[in-house]
Structures are given as C-alpha cells and as structure tokens.
Design a binder for this molecule. Structure first.
Ligand code: ZN
Ligand code: ZN
Length: 370
C-alpha cells in the first residue's frame, strides 16, 4: 500500500515527507495506522549518525495508532485495536525468555538494521529500498508494519496520542527508577537532566516514594517543571559542583544517581554524590560514540558502588506500559504535563523545538484521513 513517510536522506538533514510503498504484512506482522508519534532523543542521535541506520530511511519509534490488518499468525491484536508500539524483541533468546526483552540478544538486528531479520525492507520509494523497521516500526509515517511483540493495547479511556512515548522515552526514565533501581520508599535519588527521560524519572521517583528527589538541570524553566512534578530540589549546575551541592543537602550522599545527559564532565562530578553502596545508572546515548567514563577505582571499591547500564528502563512493555497507563489514569503519573503536540506535517519544526529545548517531548499527531 501507499503511505506518507518522513524520510531521512542524509545524516543531520531535515526529513522530507514523501509517498512511499509499504509491504503487505507477513503472517507474523501487523499493519498500523499511526495516530501519533513521539520524537525521542534516539531519533535525533540516529539522524546525526551516533547510531547506525541505513539511508535513506524512516525513523520514528514512539508510535501509537489503530490496527488495520494482521497476518495469519498474529493473535495478540485484531483490526480496530488501539495500540502503543514499543521496541522490538525476539521473544526467544536468553534475555527475552526470562522477561528481559530490553536486553534481547537480537536487539540491534531488530531495532537498528533498517530491515526485517531476513534483510528485506518494509519500505520502498521510486528510487529503491528505504531503511525501515526502526525499533521494529519506523513510525514517522502514516502507516507502519510491526511485529505483535511490539504492541501493547491501549484502554479506551487512555488518550491514544499520549500512548506512543510510553513505548520508549517515558518507560525508559520511569523504568530506570522503578525497575532498574527498584528504588525503595525513602531512598535518595539524583537525576541529571530534566528532558523527557529525566522528568519521567522524577515521576517514577515520586511513585516509588523516594526522598529527596534531586535534579540537576541548566534550564530554569525545566527546573521549575521538575519541581512542579515532585522533585524536592532542583539544582543549577552553574551554581557549582553537583556533588558539593548534593552533599550540602544530603551529607551522606545519595543512594542512586541516574544520568540522562551522556555528558562525561557532569557524570564525573555527580559520581562523587553517591553514598555507600550507591548505584550509578547510565542510559543516555552520548553525542560522541567514543565517549568513556573514567571511574575512581578506590572510591568505588571503598563505597561498594555499582554502575548499571540501562536499556528502555528494563521494561517489559507488556506489563510496564499498562502499569504506567493506570498510574496516569489515577493522576499519579502526569507525564502529559511535558508533552507538546504538533501536526505530523510540522515534523522538522518539532525536531527543532525539541532539539533547542523549546519543547520537552513533542508528539506529532496525524490526520486519520491521510
Ligand atoms: Zn530476544
Ligand atoms: Zn527512544
């Protein structure tokens, strides 16, 4: 079928809306009409070449929409179902089997190869093959082909346009606190950065009952937003060392530091805010693919520190996304407070607004007639 997609033709360039051809869904695939799609930092990092993806290609990995048709082997969803589309996982490897699909042994092949596992592309245009299946979806488009494992049903009372970001950025931030750290009530948390992942982490920390919840963020408006969402302290890195500011609030040092920035100097400072048996969580894609973190070995040994790398907030989308939707409906996870919606046609404006920090999380909405 024909669809309209936002195609990236060269690294760092603007996306161009064009008509493309979408394959029919195979027996194990699902065709989705996209209702909305969030813009995630990983889209921008991939656009800029920090992560590999074949070009021309279609990005977009926080889609939500309605099932149009399903292959004969699909049983999880049916036409008409409202769904959020999360990352792809194989369901069969040593990570997927015990319920850790974020660490799927086929994660790169399923999410970044730009093709199905057999090497075929879902999308073509007049010039030939187009990179597809980004996070198993490539949802910067009116329609997307996914696997059923990517899909989570959206209840009727949950806004469909808000569902997509739960599939990546929101579950990453909240999951880091709620699942990766399993932060207990009363534990102390420092969160570096107040973009959508950092603010989702703040909301996750509030759900867990953490105290204090400290954020470090250079933009005043975002510090205010973090405080409004439940951060107990919002620090400005311009006021000096993060570790010294944190120790002035909480002399023993914090239990958890979560970095959402990928900025090595900020991390080197913040490590010194960790108290005994503290855990450092890393989830950001740095702009320099070769970025490395020097860790003080003696300090780490004496304090018993743990460094934990985190993918997708250790989420199992089938269970965690419904949990986040219920928390939202109960008023306990108000992530809509940092979502800005824009029409899909304005995708380049949306990317610019998010990149410049004018919007925290942009969600592009599509006209169902398109
Ligand atoms: Zn797997
Ligand atoms: Zn993402």
């Amino acid at each position: 079928m024909e669809a309209t997609a936002a195609v990236l033709t060269e690294l760092g360039a603007e996306l161009s809306l064009e008509r493309v051809q979408l394959d029919d869904p195979r027996p194990d695939e699902v065709l989705i009409q996209i209702a909305a799609v969030g813009i995630c930092h990983t889209d921008l990092a991939t656009r800029d070449g920090a992560l590999p993806f074949p070009l021309p290609g279609v990005l977009g990995h926080e889609g939500s929409g309605t099932v149009v048709s399903v292959g004969t082997a699909v049983s999880k969803v049916k036409p008409g179902d409202r769904v959020a589309i999360s990352f792809a996982s194989c369901g069969e490897c040593l990570a997927c089997t015990p319920g850790d699909p974020a660490y799927c042994h086929n994660f790169m092949a399923l999410n970044y190869a730009g093709t199905r596992l057999d090497g075929s592309s879902v999308i073509t245009n007049a010039a030939g093959t187009v990179g597809s299946s980004f996070f198993g979806q490539s949802s910067f488009a009116t329609h997307a082909i996914t696997g059923e494992r990517n899909l989570v049903k959206v209840p009727d009372d949950f806004p469909l346009a808000l569902a997509g970001p739960l599939g990546c950025g929101i579950q990453t931030g909240a999951g880091a606190i709620m699942r990766s750290f399993k932060a207990p009530a009363g534990s102390s948390v420092l969160i570096l950065g107040s973009g959508s992942v950092g603010l989702s982490a703040v909301l996750g920390a509030v759900v867990q009952g953490c105290n204090p919840i400290i954020v470090v963020e250079p933009v005043a408006g975002r510090r205010e937003l973090a405080a409004a969402l439940g951060a107990t302290h919002a620090l400005d890195p311009a006021d000096g060392s993060t570790a010294e500011q944190v120790r002035a609030i909480f002399p023993a040092g914090v239990n958890f530091v979560l970095d959402t920035t990928g900025l090595v100097p900020a991390l080197c400072d913040a490590v010194n805010a960790l108290g005994n048996q503290g855990v450092l969580g890393l989830l950001a894609v740095p702009s320099d693919p070769a970025a490395a973190l020097p860790l003080p070995l003696i300090q780490g040994l004496v304090l018993g520190l743990t460094v934990k790398n985190i993918v997708e907030g250790d989420s199992d989308p089938d269970t965690f996304i419904p949990q986040l939707m219920q928390l939202y409906l109960q008023g306990k996870f108000p992530f809509d407070k940092f979502v800005t919606t824009m029409p899909f046609e304005k995708i380049n404006d949306g990317i610019a607004a998010q990149h410049l920090g004018e919007a925290v999380k942009v969600v592009l909405t599509l006209d169902p007639a398109s």
